[in-house]
Design a protein around this ligand. Structure first.
Ligand SMILES: [Fe+2]
Length: 276
């Protein structure tokens, strides 16, 4: 028997992408509430960028950024078991991998000990803390703190997440999303976001349950298929400079990070500390 499909359209840089989910996975009764208001961190609500849902901050100089990138190059070269570690550049990651071993690598890089990148993490955290007078604490809902090294190969349609909000998974609701781009086309292929979407009422969103399929791939986080009143989910792809960090509410709709670049792997370090 054919499974019934529900479809939506994502628009990135003027290009449409169709997304399909199984109709049976959609949540039927949608709540009439704004999750970021009810479950988000009260500290975030007081910040000057809260209405926009995101902010871009300068953290590292270009020299510092290159140093960070070198560190990450070495780390990934180790995982990939590359012999000439000194010449490996994460931007060329896609030349060293096929679809099957990419999935194996991603299993390792999405659950890293943040201590590996301690100096990077410390500088980003302290910059945010000083700028916005907030502090961070351990996530009590998780066994251990994690960091993610996100890898998106050029044109890798299997390398991306669905449009989503991390805050749908309740252990991220009080956190802050920190996205530090390491390599790729900084001008045109950073992380797609929907500005102000953290304040969308749940009743206007068509969403799957967690652990369902989008375009045939299973994801932990629920897929946001449609926004009522909009023909497509229109994403903004912020322009970043090397060394800048994108910071956003865990309820901001983001994802579908298609890498338009033909030559460069996009990579980013992600942290999600709890705001206190
Ligand atoms: Fe996310």
């Amino acid at each position: 028997m054919l499974k019934k499909i529900a479809s939506g359209i994502v628009n990135l840089r003027g290009q449409d992408f169709k997304i399909n989910v199984l109709k049976k996975d959609l949540i039927k009764k949608k709540k009439n509430l704004i999750l970021a208001e009810v479950h988000g961190s009260d500290k975030l609500k007081k910040l000057n960028w809260f209405l926009k849902g995101y902010v871009i901050i300068d953290v590292f100089s270009r020299t510092e950024h290159l140093k960070n990138k070198k560190k990450i190059n070495r780390y990934l070269a180790n995982i990939l078991k590359i012999k000439k570690k000194k010449v490996f550049d994460i931007i060329n990651y896609h030349h060293f991998i096929n679809d099957k071993n990419h999935l194996e690598i991603v299993k390792q890089t999405r659950n890293l000990e943040p201590q590996i990148f301690d100096s990077i993490k410390k500088k980003i955290f302290s910059k945010i803390s000083n700028e916005y007078k907030i502090s961070f604490e351990k996530n009590k809902n998780l066994e251990k703190e994690i960091a993610i090294l996100r890898l998106n190969r050029p044109g890798g349609i299997k390398d991306l997440n669905p449009p989503h909000r991390d805050g749908y998974l309740n252990y991220w609701a009080k956190s802050l999303n920190i996205w530090y781009m390491i390599s790729g086309s900084f001008n045109s292929c950073s992380l797609p976001i929907v500005p102000k979407s953290h304040l969308y009422n749940e009743k206007y969103l068509t969403v799957t349950k967690p652990g369902c399929f989008m375009n045939g791939i299973k994801y932990n986080v629920p897929t946001i298929l449609k926004i009522t009143g909009k023909k497509k989910i229109f994403f903004k792809v912020p322009k970043l400079k090397p060394g800048q960090v994108l910071v956003f509410s865990p309820f901001l709709i983001h994802g579908f990070g298609y890498n338009f670049s033909k030559k460069k792997t996009r990579s980013a370090l992600e942290f999600r500390p709890v705001v206190s």
